[in-house]
Ligand binder design. Structure first.
Ligand SMILES: [Fe+2]
Ligand SMILES: [Fe+2]
Length: 179
């Protein structure tokens, strides 16, 4: 399942990178718009599981964590908007249709295979951190982008911990490669 996650992610990222060449803040805005959806999806499924009497011992911890992550991703989105990332209709059209599909894919995925759903988001967070690191390497120093990059690294670590929390047998994921 993890291999499928990586292949699908790499394919999707390659398309977005190709479409958004030379339009960094539009690309960041699209990525941030999409990046929020899994956390909403995780919360939706956790709410539903709670309503059905399927609340596990880690339930409250995960709900608090995913809610904090959604807020943090919304702050990233607002920053990208302040840099003109959503200025064009075509970008808003593209991202909002993509996010609609991605939200529902995550709802089903997290319900059916929570470990694999967390792994997909982990890969996306690592990719986001690498994307911002590449931007910082090629442009003047930017405190806000650096801060957002560090947030993405933290999200990836939190997701790696969430995988271990729901399945302690899972081997731990390393995020050293993005530091
Ligand atoms: Fe983000
Ligand atoms: Fe993130």
């Amino acid at each position: 399942m993890n291999t499928i996650n990586t292949v699908v992610l790499n394919f999707t990222v390659a398309i977005i990178d190709f479409l958004y060449q030379g339009r960094d803040f539009q690309r960041f805005w699209v990525l941030e718009e999409i990046a929020r959806a899994p956390y909403f999806a995780f919360l939706s499924v956790l709410h539903l599981r709670e309503s059905l009497g399927l609340r596990g011992p880690e339930h409250l911890y995960l709900m608090k964590e995913h809610f904090a992550q959604t807020l943090n991703e919304t702050e990233h989105l607002e920053y990208m908007e302040s840099r003109g990332g959503n200025a064009y209709w075509i970008d808003r059209f593209f991202a909002r249709h993509l996010v609609l599909a991605y939200y529902w894919i995550n709802v089903v995925y997290y319900w059916m295979a929570p470990r694999a759903a967390y792994h997909l988001s982990y890969e996306i967070e690592v990719h986001a951190a690498v994307t911002y690191a590449k931007y910082l390497a090629l442009h003047d120093h930017d405190d806000k982008i650096l801060e957002i990059m560090n947030d993405e690294i933290q999200h990836s670590q939190e997701l790696a911990e969430a995988i271990l929390l729901i399945d302690p047998k899972e081997k731990s994921l390393s995020v050293e490669s993005v530091k």
